[in-house]
Ligand binder design. Structure first.
Ligand code: HEM
Length: 161
């Protein structure tokens, strides 16, 4: 397996991650604006919510879901290249930085699932989350991403070799 293929997959992985993160950082902002329509009078409220919900649905379906899928596909592809192409074996996954990264990625995927579930609840009128909640939790994915990216680029070993 050539390094060229690996590096192309790595580039595509990073691009998918950029789109995934951008979408996950913007979606809660649309949820906050939606929740903050509660004290506005109709018909302004219904009109604003109609527009905001259309943007929420499109952002999730057109950007966030496909970007997450692509990030996983290219990431798992690189794992396969390490294990089978470069013959490094499954031990590659047991490196401390890789464990930190995968835990962070699972947390990001969980946050994604929560946001997707909330979209359904917001549209059904059953979400109890406030605008303040969405503003306060908005940076969570970015903080997880800081840990994930630094774990990979610095190859943290925690003194374990
Ligand atoms: C979705 C599941 C993911 C999997 C299975 C995965 C797996 C991988 C693998 C195997 C590599 C190659 C590491 C190497 O050979 O050095 C890699 C590179 C990278 N990943 Fe991921 N990753 C995932 C998600 C993410 C996320 C969410 C981020 C950022 C928030 C991220 C950031 C990066 C970066 C920046 C690199 C390039 C590191 C470098 O070349 O120095 N990945 N990923």
């Amino acid at each position: 397996m050539s390094f060229e293929v690996f590096n192309v997959v790595r580039g595509l992985h990073i691009l998918a991650v950029i789109a995934w993160m951008a979408g996950m950082l913007f979606l809660p902002r649309l949820y906050a604006y939606d929740a903050e329509q509660a004290d506005k009078p109709d018909p302004l409220r219904s009109e604003m919510r109609g527009l905001l919900r259309q943007w929420q649905r499109r952002l999730l379906k057109i950007i966030v879901n496909p970007a997450m899928t692509a990030a996983w596909v290219f990431g798992v592809w690189m794992i396969a290249i390490h294990v089978y192409g470069f013959g490094e074996g499954w031990g590659f996954l047991a490196q401390p930085w890789m464990i930190v990264k995968l835990l962070g990625v699972i947390a990001l995927s969980g946050w994604h699932g929560f946001l997707a579930g909330e979209l359904k609840r917001i549209h059904a009128g059953t979400s109890v989350k406030s605008g303040r909640f969405w503003r306060m939790t908005n940076e969570i994915p970015f903080l997880i991403a800081v840990v994930v990216v630094l774990a990979v680029t610095m190859e943290w070993s925690f003194g374990l070799g």
